[in-house]
Design a protein around this ligand. Structure first.
Ligand SMILES: Cc1cc2nc3c(=O)[nH]c(=O)nc-3n(C[C@H](O)[C@H](O)[C@H](O)COP(=O)(O)O)c2cc1C
Length: 372
């Protein structure tokens, strides 16, 4: 019997979780590792005085961290959103549910998303929809996905790399910018445009700048590669051509630090730094490069399939790691991270230099309150 398209979308959710749980899906180059925050052996601050709370889109975060869009849309995904929601509510962080397309097509899937708001009544929670879907969705559909979780914002994801390595992928990217613009006029919550692991270039950001989006989430390469994820799916389905293509494009994309520096240069709206954020040091690094908050996705999959306590423990490790990094770089507040010197080495240095970003200036940044 042939599978219905809706059943296929739903099954794909589980396949993505399983692959991200069991297989190696990270890009083989993590540019955040080519970046060093200089250690201060005499920080002259009390670690207990460090504050990391952050206002993001009028919402108070107790730490600058959001658990990024992962899942929903299959009965077995409810537990994941539930465990993430419980942990972020307790810690005062934010989260986004995964693409809500499936719940529009099949209302029985709504509960897999609704659980997030049920378990996190006060936290920042974002809706999520693919840019290609915007063409087919009505205003009522959009209102439905927002109301479903009483969303504080809506992420529009750009994932043309992934779509290109999927047999069922939607490869028509025409008219997307117009659709983003229409969405901004249609809803009364912030619209955030996000990539999904291939980053946003200066040139793309220039075009997004002319829309009414409220924030941008760069989601660069260096973490989860959706070409890798689709490689495993294609291999399992016996589609060798797509599997080979998945391998070819495994490391495609703009590394997270580059995307951040390029976007930060030209856009004056909040920026989320994600793609390969794997500990509290990485959180500090993306903030030092201009992000307002950091986003984490795949590391949360494993604990979220187990329990809320496991998610809590992971996020607490990120938070403590951020505080230690701030202590060792003498930063009492998050905005001071933007002033500390950063040494950029290797491929990242070469890439940034060729794109006209002054890496020497970054290495020689001077703290205005340094040594206070
Ligand atoms: C299992 C899984 C499912 C995902 N599903 C979505 C999705 O539905 N919508 C979306 O915008 N991004 C989705 N993403 C992408 C993440 O939000 C994030 O942009 C990307 O994984 C890079 O972050 P990371 O390196 O921390 O994983 C998914 C990621 C994972 C690991």
């Amino acid at each position: 019997m042939h599978e219905q398209p809706d059943e296929r979308i739903s099954r794909r959710k589980i396949e993505h979780l399983e692959i991200c749980l069991n297989d190696q899906v990270d890009s083989s180059y993590k540019a955040l590792d080519d970046m060093v925050l200089i250690h201060d052996a005499l920080p002259e601050i009390d670690k207990d005085d460090i504050t990391i709370d952050k206002k993001f889109l009028s919402h108070d975060f107790k730490a600058p961290i959001i658990v990024n869009s992962i899942t929903g849309g299959h009965p077995e995904t409810e537990i994941v959103n539930k465990n993430i929601a419980r942990a972020i509510e307790l810690l005062g962080l934010g989260m986004s549910v995964g693409s809500q397309r499936s719940a529009i097509k099949d209302p029985s899937m709504e509960r897999t998303f609704k659980i997030a708001r049920k378990e996190a009544p006060t936290a920042f929670i974002s809706s999520n929809i693919g840019v290609q879907q915007l063409k087919e969705l009505t205003k009522t559909d959009i209102e439905q996905i927002i109301d479903m979780i009483d969303a504080d914002a809506i992420f529009v994801h750009l994932n043309f790399l992934q779509e290109s390595i999927q047999s069922e992928g939607n490869k028509n990217a025409e008219g997307c910018l117009d659709e983003i613009e229409k969405l901004c006029d249609m809803v009364n919550i912030p619209v955030i445009v996000k990539e999904t692991g291939a980053g946003i270039s200066r040139e793309t950001c220039e075009r997004l700048k002319d829309t009414k989006i409220s924030a941008i989430d760069v989601e660069g390469s260096g973490g989860t590669s959706f070409s890798a994820v689709e490689y495993y799916r294609a291999k399992k389905e016996g589609n060798t051509i797509l599997a080979d293509l998945g391998k070819d494009f495994w490391n495609w994309g703009i590394p997270t630090p580059i995307s951040l520096l390029e976007c930060h240069d030209i856009i004056n709206i909040p920026i989320i730094g994600g793609g390969g954020v794997r500990n509290g040091i990485d959180v500090a690094k993306v903030i030092a490069l201009g992000a307002d908050i950091a986003a984490i996705a795949r590391p949360v999959v494993k604990p979220a399939l187990k329990s809320d306590k496991e998610v809590l423990a992971l996020l607490e490790r990120y938070i403590e790691g951020l505080k230690i990094t701030m202590f060792l770089t003498a930063c009492r507040r998050l905005d001071e991270l933007r002033e500390i010197p950063i040494v950029i080495t290797g491929y990242l240095n070469e890439y940034l230099t060729l794109r006209g970003i002054d890496v020497r200036k970054l290495a020689q940044r001077k703290r205005s309150r340094y040594g206070h």
